[in-house]
Ligand binder design. Structure first.
Ligand SMILES: C[S@@+](CC[C@H](N)C(=O)[O-])C[C@H]1O[C@@H](n2cnc3c(N)ncnc32)[C@H](O)[C@@H]1O
Length: 204
């Protein structure tokens, strides 16, 4: 089995994986976002952290084309997002979750999927997120395949995951994420389900 270097991936592997396997999942992640945050999307300025090759930017673009920003620390991920046209009119920014290059109170909402596992300093990242969110802003940060995704989609994804090497993905204690967030401000809760993953919903 080919061992993946998750930390230094240039995006080729992930883009193929997303196209081949995860594509049906992304609309359901948008569904989770809408259901959990209860925001009116066209009026929401959204930052996606760790946007990768742009599959969620594509979803957000359809409902909230203006005021959308995708950030990733990996330049090649951003060029894949642009070249594919998935990012639409979103602003693309290279940067690190732990030191977000945005002015205070820029965004209404932050979204991040499958990226938090790789952030080197979680308290720093969460402080940076709080700073760029407006007062009353919300963040949805997590990993996996969505809480409302139909079971047949989950089953198909899980089947393709069998035998995949995930040893390079650091393990996260989700309750410690909520503790870090609450320590910085606002309220935080973890929503999770077996084989589906989790969301941290943080409300300032
Ligand atoms: C598994 S991919 C997920 C991509 C996308 N969120 C999706 O679900 O299709 C993880 C992404 O997080 C990015 N990433 C990892 N650590 C990061 C950090 N500290 N700051 C910003 N982006 C980061 C990686 O470059 C990669 O594009």
């Amino acid at each position: 089995m080919k061992k993946l270097d998750w930390k230094n991936e240039n995006g080729e592997h992930f883009e193929n994986h997303a196209n081949d396997v995860l594509l049906p999942v992304y609309p359901w992640l948008l569904h989770d976002f809408r259901e959990i945050l209860q925001v009116s999307l066209p009026q929401t300025r959204i930052l996606e952290i760790g946007c990768g090759p742009g599959f969620m930017l594509e979803q957000f673009s359809r409902v909230s084309p203006s005021g959308l920003t995708g950030l990733d620390r990996c330049y090649q991920m951003l060029t894949r997002s642009l070249a594919s046209g998935r990012s639409g009119e979103a602003a693309l920014v290279q940067g690190d979750a732990c030191n977000l290059p945005f002015a205070s109170a820029t965004f209404d909402a932050v979204f991040s999927r499958g990226s938090v596992f790789f952030w080197s300093d979680l308290p720093c990242a969460f402080a940076s997120i709080k700073n760029c969110l407006k007062p009353g802003g919300q963040a949805l940060i997590g990993g996996g395949y969505g809480l409302n995704t139909p079971q047949e989609i989950i089953d198909a994804v899980v089947l393709t995951q069998a035998g995949r090497d995930k040893s390079g993905i650091p393990r996260l204690d989700t309750s410690s994420l909520a503790e870090i967030a609450c320590g910085i401000g606002g309220t935080a809760r973890i929503l999770q389900a077996k084989k589906r993953g989790f969301w941290l919903h943080w409300q300032l």
